[in-house]
Design a protein around this ligand. Structure first.
Ligand SMILES: Nc1ncnc2c1ncn2[C@@H]1O[C@H](COP(=O)(O)OP(=O)(O)OP(=O)(O)O)[C@@H](O)[C@H]1O
Ligand SMILES: [Mg+2]
Length: 476
């Protein structure tokens, strides 16, 4: 059995495929959502999910949350006297989900499809894969979250042809994808997003309003426990807007009670800047897909933060249509990941859907460019795989030496959209030896291969000697 896992910033879910379609597996507490929170105690006992979230309020030094934002980085999370990387904390969440699935299904589970934001780069995807492996799971596939959500919707579409936009605003990340379904082919046309925009930011708006009102409270001098308490109350206040037009938060700090009452228009106004940031990736994905807003048949909402009335109103206005929420926005990604798992296993009950995905960003290298009259400009970004190219993709670029007797070529593997190398993210470097010669005589072929899991491999071949060198990065 291959399970599908949505490893979220705030909440994680696990699903499996049945004869009747995909289903969420409830956790040991009977809930569909498991908070992505880890806590440990003095005896090194690990707590995951709701229990950990409760402990975090009491013992903030022993717990960590929102670590998905640091996936693939070297940031160390300190829990009591132990330190963890984000991928290690994630592996503890994954292990708990695996165990819950095993208990529920009554069988061992060793394989999984895990979802990641479309906008996750190579390092973050690899870290996610490692987290799965640390949890004892063979990671069959890393799938982009909006693609997974689109599969969940696409599979049960009545129309034969539809263009839809998946709008995924989770706890920490925002992804937009444009997909086209014809018959049994589901094609991702474009993706765009913001790795640092999500429900957490909409909570922070209320925290800021709270501190603005109680300006005498010195935020910087408050301890972690108090800050967590305020955050929790702000979160509850935010959720309150689901039913009421006025929501309140009340925090006990020391012996005093501090309150804040906000009405919806005021909250909406305070969220203005965040809402503006939503527009950008939407525009870009449409432009990249060469699709007009009016050509979109359906807007699908995914992610807990799309339940907010402020976000819903904004989305309805932006797209001039009522978005589709037939599938619970919390669950679509996990359900889609489970379907993807079943497709891998070629389950009979499943309609065969052929899926094509795209590379979410441009990948290239740094070069020196020659202009007229022997003028050179260094630090130029040379794209090799353009963003939104259908994957898997493999592209080769031939690069020439620029100086006489140059005996090395440096391949700086870059990701980004700026024409200046320095503004893009460096994923790694390769230094290649070449025979010294006259400028422009020697050359290398640089091949970038972006595989179906959106993991990059770089290969460099020196043309004159035919000596090739694969990237130091392992093949997945
Ligand atoms: N009714 C609601 N109104 C407003 N916000 C909500 C509501 N329900 C959930 N949220 C917010 O949704 C966010 C969590 O969404 P979700 O569980 O989809 O995120 P995630 O999958 O963990 O994150 P990501 O996909 O970014 O990794 C939280 O910030 C939460 O406050
Ligand atoms: Mg999510």
């Amino acid at each position: 059995m291959i399970i599908g896992i949505d490893l979220g910033t705030t909440n994680s879910l696990v699903a499996y495929f049945t004869e009747e379609g995909p289903k969420i597996i409830p956790n040991r507490l009977g809930k569909n959502l498991t908070p992505s929170v880890i806590s440990i105690d003095e005896e090194s006992q690990v707590y995951v999910g709701e229990l950990a979230a409760e402990r975090m309020l009491l013992y903030p030094d022993s717990a960590a949350s929102v670590f998905k934002r640091d996936m693939g980085s070297r940031r160390q999370f300190k829990l009591l006297d132990q330190t963890f990387l984000a991928e290690e904390l994630s592996s503890l969440v994954l292990r708990a989900l695996k165990e819950d699935a095993e208990t529920y299904l009554g069988e061992t589970v060793e394989e999984a499809v895990i979802s990641v934001p479309a906008y996750f780069d190579d390092a973050r995807r690899r870290a996610t894969k490692r987290a799965g492996e640390l949890a004892g799971l063979k990671v069959e596939r890393i799938i982009s979250e909006p693609t997974a959500a689109a599969i969940a919707y696409g599979l049960y579409q009545s129309q034969e042809q539809a263009r839809f936009l998946v709008f995924d605003l989770g706890g920490g990340t925002f992804d937009v994808s444009i997909l086209e379904l014809y018959d049994t082919i589901l094609e991702v046309r474009a993706v765009a997003g913001d790795n640092f925009l999500g429900g957490e930011d909409f909570t922070a708006v209320l925290e800021n309003l709270f501190f603005e009102k109680h300006y005498k409270l010195d935020r910087l001098s408050l301890d972690e426990k108090t800050l967590r308490h305020i955050h929790k109350q702000a979160e509850l206040c935010k959720l309150g807007f689901g039913e009421k037009r006025v929501s309140k938060m009340s925090c006990k700090i020391g012996e005093e009670i501090y309150e804040l009452e906000v009405d919806l228009p005021k909250y909406e106004e305070a969220c203005g800047e965040l809402l503006e940031r939503i527009r950008r990736p939407v525009k870009r994905s449409l432009a990249d897909a060469h699709i007009r807003l009016s050509d979109i048949d359906k807007v699908v909402l995914v992610g807990g933060a799309t339940k907010s009335p402020v976000v819903r109103r904004f989305v309805s206005k932006l797209f001039k249509m009522i978005p589709d929420t037939n599938i619970n926005p919390d669950e679509a990604v996990a359900l889609g990941a489970a379907i993807q798992g079943a497709m891998k296993e070629r389950k009979e009950a499943i309609k065969e859907v052929i899926l094509t995905d795209v590379c979410p960003f441009t990948l290239g290298t740094e070069v020196v460019r020659e202009w007229e009259n022997n003028q050179y400009e260094g630090g130029v970004f040379c794209p090799i795989i353009d963003r939104n190219t259908v994957i898997p993709a493999s592209r080769t670029e031939r690069l020439y030496t620029v100086r006489d007797n140059q005996d090395k070529i440096r391949i700086n593997v870059l990701q980004g959209e700026s024409r200046f190398a320095a503004n893009n993210l460096s994923l790694g470097e390769l230094l290649i030896d070449i025979p010294a010669g006259k400028a422009g005589e020697e050359s290398v072929d640089v091949t970038y291969t972006y595989d179906i899991n959106s993991i990059l491999e770089v290969e460099v071949k020196v043309i004159s000697t035919e000596i090739g060198r694969a990237s130091c990065r392992e093949r997945v």
